[in-house]
Design a binder for this molecule. Structure first.
Ligand SMILES: Cc1cc2nc3c(=O)[nH]c(=O)nc-3n(C[C@H](O)[C@H](O)[C@H](O)COP(=O)(O)OP(=O)(O)OC[C@H]3O[C@@H](n4cnc5c(N)ncnc54)[C@H](O)[C@@H]3O)c2cc1C
Length: 369
């Protein structure tokens, strides 16, 4: 009775997409999560995620972002709930020193070149043109901006919930609050999953456990994945026009932390903004989930002050999330510990959400063919 064609371990952005895609095939599928997704303990929460097509992280990801937009539009048509908001996106460069992001050097130039190569609709502005359109960005005179029309934001919790709901409708089973403790190959050729007080067998397994992938890896393989705490801040606005802004990303210096990104105001009172941090925490369970007033002050002083106007030095809410980062920031999809029946997918180094819907489709093809 506890035997499935495919079991998906972890139902965040990637696992929910994979479970939905697998459920469409008519196979007997089960999704398992240690919490009750969508939840706030992994890498897929916090109201919004940026999506863009000319992804400077690598040309190989452009088709995934494009296909994901199609899937989200299809889900929206089925439910009437908007997941993808194509409000436009601006990428800014101070024009002083080239900056890298997610393992890619010359991020601004790469983005423009991929936009040209893949027919992405875009415009490039100089600093004065940008200031005229988006007066809150205090870009130096040497600065430049890349504006992408189909960029925008996604609603991560809704995307996960929608895909899980459709998976259930299609007959997939879902087990929540049930951590998988162990995964091993059986003598008969299948796979056994051990949970608290329960064992399940499957022909194939997908491990989409985000940062918890470490729990299933050998000591040496664990080192490939770095857990990096990230903090999201909701900053009070002093100007009404933030609701009409596009999503934005600004690399203002050569270090990966010399970076700020944000969203239009969704509530008319705050703008969600964040930087990136690459300080390692050993495991998701060790993550400091509190945000101190010192941290908020530092965020304002170092990332916003003198760079972005139309805001008050008042952070109304902050939340902690984490990236699971590999050295080159590429996605990792490969058999787990050499077990061909078990595929693992990495948590995508801080740029995975926009690709997750199409990644689910790609993983489905790998698991059932
Ligand atoms: C602050 C922040 C901002 C980001 N911004 C962007 C952005 O703007 N654009 C973008 O494209 N990407 C962005 N990303 C990256 C993107 O959100 C992640 O790549 C993506 O959400 C990762 O999804 P996941 O499914 O791999 O991991 P998760 O969402 O963490 O899902 C893993 C799931 O596995 C479950 N699990 C773990 N262990 C077990 C177990 N033993 N048994 C059962 N279940 C288990 C967990 O409970 C969890 O639900 C951002 C990430 C963060 C943290």
């Amino acid at each position: 009775m506890n035997h499935y064609d495919v079991v998906v371990v972890g139902l965040g952005a990637v696992g929910a997409a994979a479970l939905y895609q697998l459920s469409e095939t008519g196979k007997k599928v089960l999704g398992i999560d240690r919490f009750d997704p969508p939840h706030t303990m992994g890498s897929s929460h916090g109201e919004t995620r940026i999506t863009r097509l000319a992804v400077g992280e690598g040309a190989e990801y452009v088709s995934l972002a494009r296909r994901s937009h199609e899937i989200w539009k299809d889900l929206e048509a089925k439910t009437g709930n908007q997941i993808y908001f194509p409000v436009g996106g601006i990428l800014m460069d101070s024009g002083i020193q080239p900056w890298g992001k997610h393992g890619a050097d010359g991020f601004f130039e790469r983005t423009v070149s991929y936009a040209k190569q893949f027919d992405v609709r875009y415009e490039v502005f100089d600093s004065a043109q940008l200031k005229k359109r988006y007066s809150h960005f205090e870009l130096p005179e040497s600065g430049k901006g890349y504006y992408e029309l189909e960029a925008g934001y996604l609603k991560p919790e809704l995307a996960i919930e929608t895909q899980l709901n459709f998976a259930k409708e299609n007959g997939a089973e879902i087990l929540t609050n049930s951590p998988v403790l162990e995964i091993k190959k059986t003598q008969g050729g299948g796979v056994k999953l051990i949970l608290e007080g329960k064992e399940i067998t499957a022909e194939r397994v997908l491990v989409s456990a985000g940062g918890w992938v470490k729990d299933f890896l050998t000591e040496s393989d664990k080192k490939e994945f770095k857990i990096c705490r990230q903090v999201l801040h909701w900053v009070e606005t002093s100007s009404d026009d933030w609701k009409d802004y596009p999503v934005f990303m600004w690399g203002f210096g050569p270090a990966p932390e010399d970076f700020i990104y944000g969203f239009p105001s969704l509530d008319g009172k705050t703008v969600k903004m964040a930087t990136e941090s690459f300080i390692e925490t050993s495991h998701p369970r060790e993550l400091d989930r509190e945000v101190s007033s010192e941290e908020k002050k530092q965020f304002w002083e170092e990332k916003i002050k003198g760079k972005i106007s139309g805001l008050k030095p008042n952070i109304l809410k902050s939340t902690v999330c984490f990236y699971t980062v590999t050295e080159d920031a590429k996605f990792v999809i490969r058999p787990l510990r050499g077990i061909e029946e078990v595929l693992m997918v990495s948590a995508c180094s801080g740029h995975g959400f926009k690709h997750s819907a199409a990644l689910g489709e790609l993983l489905k093809d790998k698991l059932i063919n």
